[in-house]
Design a protein around this ligand. Structure first.
Ligand SMILES: NC(=O)c1ccc[n+]([C@@H]2O[C@H](COP(=O)([O-])OP(=O)(O)OC[C@H]3O[C@@H](n4cnc5c(N)ncnc54)[C@H](O)[C@@H]3O)[C@@H](O)[C@H]2O)c1
Length: 249
């Protein structure tokens, strides 16, 4: 129960890795807002049925009014906010391809969800995060900017921006005692990856790991709970890479 008494929002948590994050935070005692543009009610109900506390909230993180609604509903249900996990992004819906075939509108859509979305969520959450002691912002990045992953230029650029945002915001919020860190997963076998990646692409990724097996969403839970807990109170502006040992730094 390392998160007892804490209140967390996880965006993009109706399924995939976000759902695993929400369940993990709840099982450590956090009260959790399961937020997504897709229906989050099943994940929230799973948590409640397992003895945890959760609400499901429909949100479009690109829409400031919708984001305000997510924050308001969380405060109304739980009275505070300590942890914001910016996990929602355009990922599973994207298909790889050469950069000069990415339509400008699709580029804008990726930036708007995956880079501006976390910014909108942080902006709306900040008054409450400032009020609580030991607040944490966890931005889900990716190892793709470090790898220079080809054929997903919009996605990779959006996640590189998330790492830059994490650095600069950590300095800006240090005097408030708020830790801002990023979590950078390697290729992880979420529903989206199982559906859209060929086994050859997965195998090629596994082959360059020090730990040569497929990465599962559960492999990210230890790092996430650490970043959400008071155990990481003197760590900010960092990117925690969890990828089985591809990026070594
Ligand atoms: N799976 C991987 O290999 C991998 C690797 C590195 C980083 N990541 C990152 O981890 C996160 C989760 O990955 P995943 O595999 O579960 O991806 P996913 O595409 O399955 O999940 C993204 C979630 O975000 C939600 N979402 C999309 N647009 C939204 C919006 N406008 N408002 C609110 N919610 C919205 C979707 O409904 C979905 O539930 C993403 O940020 C992804 O970029 C994934």
């Amino acid at each position: 129960m390392r998160l007892k008494g804490r209140v967390a929002i996880v965006t993009g948590a109706a399924q995939g890795i976000g759902a695993v994050y929400a369940r993990a935070l709840a099982s450590e005692g956090a009260r959790v807002c399961v937020a997504d543009i897709a229906d989050p009610s099943a994940v929230a109900a799973d948590i409640t049925n397992a003895g945890g506390e959760a609400i499901g909230v429909n949100v479009d993180i690109t829409d400031p009014a919708s984001v305000k609604g997510m924050i308001d509903q969380t405060i109304e249900a739980f009275g505070a906010l300590n942890v914001l996990v910016n996990n929602a992004a355009l990922f599973g819906a994207l298909r790889p391809g050469p950069f000069d075939q990415i339509a400008s509108a699709e580029w804008d859509r990726v930036m708007s969800v995956s880079t501006r979305g976390p910014f909108e969520c942080i902006k709306a959450a900040i008054p409450h995060l400032r009020r609580a002691a030991g607040s944490k912002i966890i931005n889900v990045a990716s190892t793709t900017p470090y790898m220079g992953q080809p054929m997903m230029l919009h996605y990779v650029t959006s996640k590189g921006a998330i790492i830059a945002l994490t650095h600069a915001l950590a300095r800006e919020l240090g005097s408030d005692g708020i830790c801002v860190n990023a979590l950078a997963p390697g290729l992880t076998m979420s529903e989206a990856v199982r559906q859209s990646f060929t086994q050859d692409r997965v195998d090629a990724n596994v082959a360059v790991r020090a730990l040569m097996r497929e990465q599962l969403p559960d492999d990210l839970v230890g790092g996430l709970v650490f970043l959400a807990s008071r155990e990481s109170d003197f760590m900010t502006g960092q990117t925690l890479v969890i990828d089985g040992g591809v990026i070594l730094k």
